[in-house]
Design a protein around this ligand. Structure first.
Ligand code: SAH
Ligand code: SF4
Length: 424
């Protein structure tokens, strides 16, 4: 989501006449697109903003802007202004389209500081901004904004407001343009795509309509929520060859007690039932997840429920997180676990997932997979890399001209979660 928002920022700056540069020292404008979902992300970004102070001294015309969900937290705009007086623009999540106006006003010296934050970003603001797509073969398309779920650990509903779905016409026309431009992969974005709803049209309507738009391209989507992910969605994925057999379904915890405290509205048993249904209907599916440890009051028993769920499901990949309290959320007011316990548990989760990912890699050996070539390999000479439909990264010998094309690759070696093969 943040990558896509950065594309929108780049689009607006390009329209204003700016070009991207390779070194921050050369920049006339620096935009920090922030994220406050986890404490680590926030600390990191604050450090990065501090690091550009000296650049402003060397170039007094440098414009420094801070945008994104971190700015949306209560009092943050004022704090940023106080802590980093060299920042001249602060915009909230729903005010990104004001960036053009803000930069013009600062450039023309009509203003020294431009800030625009909606207290409750729940108004339907979907101003179209120019896009400068930077994600290579994949094009991101927002289908909805915000979230209504209020998982007790999560700050998203507070900083991105209530759920708003874009109209099917807007989404379909954007996707149709992208396919005409030749994008071989489209990824639909939303905090909870399964609750997409617009005048009686649901997520499966969008999936079906998009899948039939062209004969050959890949359709992906994220993120799904287990409480809303249903048989209809599974059936549509199973029946449309253009929709990838790759599902990201964050489980967060394997303990029913913790899931309840998290306000997730599903149980471990229901989650496993969904996994069984997915596996029975979609062959060779790659299932990935987000898993958290260290939620307040999480006991050893709760933690081992998560471990046993991981062993049962065998995710092809999982993003593992240490819970970090976010101001204003329900869980932040609960008694927190010691850092050491959280650290030990995350280390164990990472170890388990790495082993499972490596084991799953072995299942691919000898198989021939269709790969969408995404880029030249950053690590291997004269090679390119791309993904299987199920989402696994494969590296193989090939020329840069292959980027954007589909090729058949025989997988003949695996190193942890990385796969290697040759075009056949
Ligand atoms: N809407 C998606 C993703 C939201 S944020 C969903 O519901 O799954 C991406 C991931 O960040 C979450 O899945 C969760 O695992 C993690 N996350 C959110 N808040 C967090 C917090 N306070 N501490 C640690 N991880 C968090
Ligand atoms: Fe956060 Fe839960 Fe919404 Fe995902 S579904 S964005 S975790 S509140």
């Amino acid at each position: 989501m943040n990558v896509h928002e950065s594309e929108k920022i780049a689009g607006m700056l390009t329209e204003l006449g700016y070009q991207s540069c390779s070194a921050v020292e050369e920049a006339d404008i620096i935009v920090f697109n922030t994220c406050c979902i986890r404490d680590t992300a926030e600390k990191h970004i604050l450090g990065n903003i501090g690091d550009v102070k000296h650049l402003k001294k060397e170039n007094p015309f440098l414009i420094v802007a801070v945008v994104g969900c971190m700015t949306q937290q209560k009092g943050m705009s004022e704090n940023l202004k106080k802590k980093f007086p060299f920042v001249s623009i602060v915009l909230g999540t729903d005010n990104l389209s004001d960036l053009t106006l803000a930069v013009r006003q600062i450039e023309e010296k009509n203003k020294k500081f431009f800030s625009c934050i909606h207290d409750t970003p729940d108004v339907d603001v979907q101003k179209d901004s120019p896009l400068y797509r930077t994600s290579g073969t994949n094009a991101w398309v927002n289908i909805m904004y915000g979230c209504n779920n209020f998982c007790t650990y999560c700050i998203v509903p507070y900083v991105r407001g209530r759920e708003r779905s874009r109209s099917p016409q807007a989404v379909l026309s954007e996707v149709s343009d992208l396919l005409k431009q030749g994008y071989p992969e489209i990824t639909l974005l939303g905090q909870n795509v399964d609750s997409y709803s617009y005048e009686g049209h649901d997520f499966t309507y969008l999936l079906e309509k998009i899948a039939e738009m062209d004969s050959k391209f890949r359709l992906r989507f994220m993120t799904s929520h287990p409480k809303d992910f249903n048989s209809r969605v599974i059936d549509v994925i199973a029946s449309c060859p253009n929709i990838c057999n790759n599902i990201h379904l964050p489980v967060q915890s394997g303990s029913n007690r913790v899931l309840k405290l998290m306000n997730r509205h599903y149980t471990r048993e229901r989650y496993l039932e969904i996994i069984d249904e997915i596996r029975s209907k979609i062959p060779n599916v790659g299932i990935t997840s987000d898993i958290m440890t260290g939620f307040p009051t999480e006991t050893d028993e709760d933690f081992y429920d998560t471990v046993s769920l991981m062993e049962k499901v065998r995710f092809s990949n999982a993003f593992t997180f240490v819970y970090s309290p976010r101001k204003g959320t329900v869980a932040a007011q609960m008694e927190q676990l010691p850092k050491k316990v959280k650290q030990e548990r995350i280390t164990e989760l990472v170890k388990i997932q790495n082993r499972i990912s490596a084991e799953i890699s072995k299942d691919y050996l000898g198989r021939t997979e269709e790969i969408l070539v995404e880029d030249v390999s950053p690590k291997h000479q004269n090679s390119v890399c791309g993904r299987t439909e199920s989402g696994r990264l494969v590296t193989f010998a090939g020329a840069p001209e292959l980027v954007g094309k589909f090729v058949n690759v025989k997988i003949d070696s695996a190193r942890s979660s990385a796969l290697f093969g040759r075009i056949i």
